[in-house]
Design a protein. Sequence first.
Length: 356
Amino acid sequence: MPLTRVDWQPVVRLLDSALADGAAPGAVLAVSRNGERFIYGSGRLGADEPERPGPATIYDLASLTKVVGLVPAAMLAVQAGRLELDAPVQRYVPAFAGQGREAVTVRMLLAHAGGLPAWRPLYREATTREEAFALANSTPLVSPPGTADLYSDLGIIVLTQALEAVYHQRLDSLLAQSVFSALGMTSTGYVPPASWYHRIAPTELDPWRGRVLRGEVHDENAAVLDGVSGHAGLFGSAEDLLTFAEWMIEGWNDGPSFRRSVLHEFTRPQLLVPRSSRALGWDTPSPGGSAGSRLSPSSFGHTGFTGTSLWIDPERRLAIVLLSNRVNPTRNNPRLAPLRPALADLIIATLSEDVR
């Protein structure tokens, strides 16, 4: 049955109810199955903006940047022989040196097992992109490489430099040419142009910058990196993210996007650290996680701090996108987290009823 004929009312009620309870000012839910789409916008564009969001509304994707931006760039580099997963990062970023860093591999940083701390306020210590990169490169390791699962933006910032080095190109132009333009993702990119402004959902009333952010990256460290980093910085729409997810599903099922072996390697649990759910950049389903309990074991996905998430179930040829601005007007809002797994489980149940 086409998705347009599925009874989406239970899913719609769940999303509407969560937003009414303050999970976010507004959100767009987008589902693709076998290339057919259902997209539903709910709530308001912002806390003080009554316009309803929709398929073309642009959100700050936050850490979805890792899997929609940096990861496909890394996959293309691996496939082209420009990047080796088990090579030391130092080969590509010579400044990433000393204090045991020579043992840190590309694979470890992608799997968040490189030993770097989770975060560092680069934006308070640096004034230029080059200074911020230098601070990330010199940040002391907090555990021996390959021994601890610690989600680290700093590791992805280091990998940003590696990819820019092997391509001799900044990440924004690389992705615009190699991924977004190629796929027709016309509402996805770094540092949105002024022409997008009316479609962009606002994020936080930011105490550091002293204003409500709109079209400016929410992540402070990405801001000092000129808005262009592998860990955060992308803006995009639900429509575009479904296009990206469908491209990944095609590749997983022997489509033209990537060699199947490369895509499977990036999306499988790496198990560098026992019981870790981390793939390469991607996460995989785990108890209590944002994927819920019903997605296939082969599924992969990620979340973003601003209130975004993307989960792909390649066995079902299914993608679930949730974009919101739960940080508007303040990041002190934990109400969205339970909605992600609840929606995923209800969507699977709804589609299972559909095929009976």
